[in-house]
Ligand binder design. Structure first.
Ligand SMILES: [Fe+2]
Length: 135
């Protein structure tokens, strides 16, 4: 289960709020797989997750561009790659139908990606915000 920690903070409050919302969504998905309610709402979940990450990615990319963050391009590329991963899962659920195994695979992938991505790329925003504030 994902748990928020200060090491995930980016220094941009709106982005932290969005990341927390993503944590909740992913944890909620995990719970729904376990209590067997995920199958009935997989379409809604995938649609909502897809819309949410697209909006969040666009917002974060704009922030990085405005703050002239050195990892802005790396961030945008990583987002593009994850959108491809997401679409692959979306298509697999459409083609293969729901299975607990596929749902667990998606959950594990999303959870691992998000933590690695926030810690590896998004937290760089912290230094850009400080630099901008000092200027
Ligand atoms: Fe990002």
């Amino acid at each position: 289960m994902l748990q928020w920690h200060s090491m995930y903070e980016t220094g941009v409050q709106d982005i932290d709020i969005q990341h927390k919302r993503l944590f909740e969504m992913i944890n909620g998905f995990d719970k729904s797989i376990s209590d067997k309610s995920a199958e009935g709402m997989i379409d809604e979940f995938l649609t909502f997750l897809g819309e949410y990450i697209k909006t969040h990615f666009a917002f974060e990319e704009q922030c990085m561009a405005e703050l002239i963050c050195p990892v802005a391009e790396k961030n945008a590329n990583a987002h593009q790659k994850f959108l491809v991963t997401y679409m692959n899962y979306y298509n697999r659920f459409k083609d293969e139908g729901y299975s607990e195994q596929l749902a667990r695979e998606l959950h594990k992938t999303a959870e691992a990606w998000l933590v690695k991505h926030i810690c590896g790329i998004d937290v760089h925003l912290k230094f850009c915000v400080k630099k901008g504030a000092a200027a």
